[in-house]
Design a protein. Structure first.
Length: 163
């Protein structure tokens, strides 16, 4: 880790602003929105319990590797940049192996850009359905897209490309 210990960085990450759902237009989507407003605070605990009981399974890291954070940029600076442009902590998401933080930018109640940053400086990202709108499609990665060029443009020289 560059200038901060991993524990300090994790404590800082816990204080990041949470991502917010966009208020939907249709009645069905509004019902989903209200459900998620209620369930969101307990969701991570339920998810983790279901994983421990092996009712759900999740291992490894998501697809869509972008690269590693550039040497001249700290992990904290990289994450701060994403927060400044509207990303928020997406603590409801799966936890990948070695993941430090999961961030998302919600485009609509239906879609989001999702970026994961790992302890080793690796960055992975994709565009997908939000779990609030289509939880099963989201969980089964239906229509998940790389959108690599969009993410790389967003990150500029803060990332070294994966080969």
């Amino acid at each position: 880790m560059q200038s901060e210990s991993l524990d300090q960085l994790k404590r800082w990450i816990q204080k990041l602003p949470r991502s917010r759902m966009q208020y939907p237009q249709t009645l069905t989507a509004r019902a989903k929105y209200l459900f998620w407003r209620v369930i969101t605070p307990i969701h991570p605990y339920v998810r983790d319990l279901l994983l421990r009981l092996r009712i759900l399974r999740h291992e490894g890291r998501q697809n869509f590797l972008l690269g590693k954070i550039a040497p001249h940029t700290s992990i904290k600076e990289f994450i701060s940049h994403l927060i400044e442009i509207g990303y928020g902590n997406h603590f409801v998401a799966w936890r990948d192996d070695g993941e430090l933080v999961s961030l998302r930018f919600v485009v609509s109640f239906m879609h989001q850009y999702h970026i994961r940053v790992y302890e080793d400086g690796e960055v992975r990202a994709h565009f997908e359905y939000t779990p609030e709108c289509y939880p099963l499609w989201h969980m089964h990665e239906v229509d998940m897209e790389s959108r690599r060029e969009e993410f790389l443009k967003l990150m500029g020289d803060r990332i070294e490309l994966a080969s």
